[in-house]
Design a protein around this ligand. Sequence first.
Ligand code: FE2
Length: 318
Amino acid sequence: MATQDLQAAQEFIVNPLTPTFGAEVIGVDLSKPLSDATFAAIEQVFHKYHVVCFRDQVLDEEAHLAFTRLWGELEIFPEEDKTKSAKTFYNVANTSVEGEHLPEEDPKVLFQKVNARWHTDSSYRYIPSFASVMYSTEVLPDEAEGGETEFSNMLAAYDALSKAEKRRFEPLHMVHYYEFGRRLFPALPPITAFERDAVPPVSHPLVRVHPDRGYRRSLFFTVNAGNEISGMGLEDGQALHQWLNEYASRPEFTYSHRWRENDLVMWDNRVLLHRATRYDMAKYRRAFRRTTVAGSGPALGPFSVDVCDAPSDDESVE
Ligand SMILES: [Fe+2]
């Protein structure tokens, strides 16, 4: 690729979306190759804001994949019926690949309802994902209610815990399993033997430690892939899990993204939760194409990091 074909390292506009996280980026064309300097600048914005919306992008599947590959290896989805032209795409839609508006009882639509609960993509994997890159192809009209994607900042949520809560949560893990969605919606078809083998249940620390952020901590849990806490009795664990669900919904931690056509929104699954807000699925069409960047290792907890590298509990507790 000749240098002149690349976009020059360019200034772009970054508009913060809340006081603590989320940004809108204006002035970058992601359909064209990015210079190293521009990509480095975007990486910095992403690291700082955790969820970034690139407005006014016109991206075919090839360009969407090319942008995603800049960030690392792509995840391959175990569920073949969600894919379109490649196993690296996940169609988040109440429409079929052929464009048909699907009825509410269709499994693809039921999956959207599972995703109306707080979650982080691929938490049910031993190595959870790094980031998701979602492109809007059909959005709700302005007058329609709902259909947003809400995000919750788990770094801020951890920081706002009391010292006693931090100490209580430190040794805990949550059990994540792909099959949990079937408990919520028994009308979904049972998982296949392939899916059962590909993503068996896994436990992740409830307090996640981030070496790339100076060992900062965040809460790490989901509401769409389980409700059990390792090391606690079932009732107590589920009560704590419900408390976490409500805690993540506090307005001071959240940002609600109202989608426009041609938005490309990228978010960091390691430090955020997200969920879809309800909308009239029978009346409106809503469709996205999502790619997912694989994580680089298992979720680290306070006891999984090298004690020589990690700050002590007292140092990390503000
Ligand atoms: Fe999701």
